[in-house]
Ligand binder design. Structure first.
Ligand SMILES: Cc1cc2nc3c(=O)[nH]c(=O)nc-3n(C[C@H](O)[C@H](O)[C@H](O)COP(=O)(O)O)c2cc1C
Length: 355
């Protein structure tokens, strides 16, 4: 595949980060970027939640909030793609600028605030897709002005269950006031009870995942894990952006308010993932997200306990060719270490990783 990103990058990186992202999505939609990657190496294929996944490498939520290009993203070599976050009603999000590229730190800070076109617009785009090259997950959230935020998640599950290969309940965005409070035991129990009931009443019952924040401390993480495993959710994503980790950043934009993603998030998110793996003892598949930008970091997430991994920020710095490089490098590392499959490597380092 001819990788044009190195040519486009100087131009894109002179633009505001959100505008550059919008242009990249448009280029993908028009077929101008990242055509036809080779299929991922066979060793990367797994069945997770009954889904055939060609690579453990997924696109994280937020890159394709409105479901404009999930098929194009799958064609880049991702094994799965997560659309959203979608809220019941469309909303504009926070005032611009609200997304900042921290070049020297290989990071992004965003305070977008769930800008999205709403569930209906997302559903209208996803309905005609038909047969898919890989699983498409749909990540749902609550509107900023929701009187009963949990009811918004129920609406999301009801509307998207027929269309999603899996559903993600996102209670970890730092940019919607009060949202992260839903991770506390009592609220989380109520939320999970209600969304699982909504799923049980739907025509299809896709796997249901909950996405947590890497900022949960040991006690909060243990409580959340307890509730989620106990209630029978199918998977847990660790994790979203962090409101911490600002010390040691080089970029003049490091003080911007919002959630930090990319390289400076890797250590924290991977440690929280390993701890979650120890807490859940492999009883639910975990999705490791945060700071993946190389085969080594993707592999480290798997060894820390992730059955699947996702990324977003590194795409802004390395372009769509990164996906194939990661697939190839990951397969190489698994073989070098004598593993016959991804599953064999999951969690092998979990006991050793601590902050
Ligand atoms: C600009 C931007 C927007 C995001 N929007 C969402 C979102 O709508 N829903 C969500 O669950 N996560 C969202 N995320 C978080 C990512 O899915 C991911 O958890 C986080 O960025 C860490 O992964 P990374 O370091 O590979 O980017 C967003 C991240 C960024 C950078």
């Amino acid at each position: 595949m001819l990788d044009l990103f190195p040519l486009a990058r100087p131009f894109l990186h002179r633009l505001d980060a959100e505008r550059a992202h919008g242009l990249s999505l448009r280029a993908l939609r028009w077929g101008l970027a990242g055509a036809a990657a080779p299929p991922p190496p066979a060793i990367l294929r797994q069945t997770v939640w009954g889904l055939d996944v060609a690579s453990p490498l997924g696109l994280a939520a937020g890159a394709d909030k409105n479901g404009e290009v999930p098929d194009r993203m799958l064609a880049l070599g991702f094994g799965l793609v997560e659309v959203g976050t979608l809220t019941p009603r469309p909303q504009p999000g926070n005032p611009k600028p609200r997304m900042f590229r921290l070049g020297p730190d290989r990071a992004v800070i965003n305070r977008l605030g769930f800008n999205n076109e709403g569930l209906e617009a997302g559903a209208t785009r996803l309905e005609p897709l038909g047969a898919r090259a890989g699983p498409i997950g749909i990540n749902v959230g609550a509107n900023k002005d929701a009187a009963d935020p949990i009811a918004d998640y129920v609406t999301g599950v009801e509307r998207m269950a027929p269309l999603a290969d899996y559903l993600t309940i996102n209670v970890s965005s730092p940019n919607t006031p009060g949202l992260r409070d839903l991770q506390a035991r009592a609220r989380l129990e109520e939320l999970v009870d209600r969304v699982l009931a909504a799923r049980a009443g739907a025509a299809r019952q896709p796997p249901l995942l909950v996405k947590l924040a890497p900022d949960l401390d040991d006690v909060a993480l243990a409580e959340a894990a307890d509730v989620l495993v106990d209630k029978g959710v199918d998977g847990i994503i660790m994790g979203n952006t962090t409101i911490g980790q600002r010390e040691g950043l080089w970029s003049p934009l490091a003080h911007e308010a919002g959630g930090l993603s990319g390289r400076p998030l890797f250590g924290l998110a991977t440690e929280r993932l390993a701890r979650l793996y120890r807490l859940t003892e492999g009883r639910v598949p975990l999705v490791g997200v945060g700071g993946i930008d190389s085969p080594e970091t993707a592999y480290a997430k798997i060894r820390a306990g992730a059955t699947l991994v996702q990324l977003y920020t590194a795409l802004a710095f390395q372009g769509p060719g990164l996906v194939t490089r990661l697939n190839t490098g990951l397969a190489h590392r698994l073989k070098l270490d004598g593993f016959a499959s991804v599953a064999d490597a999951v969690g092998v380092d979990a006991a050793e990783i601590a902050l």
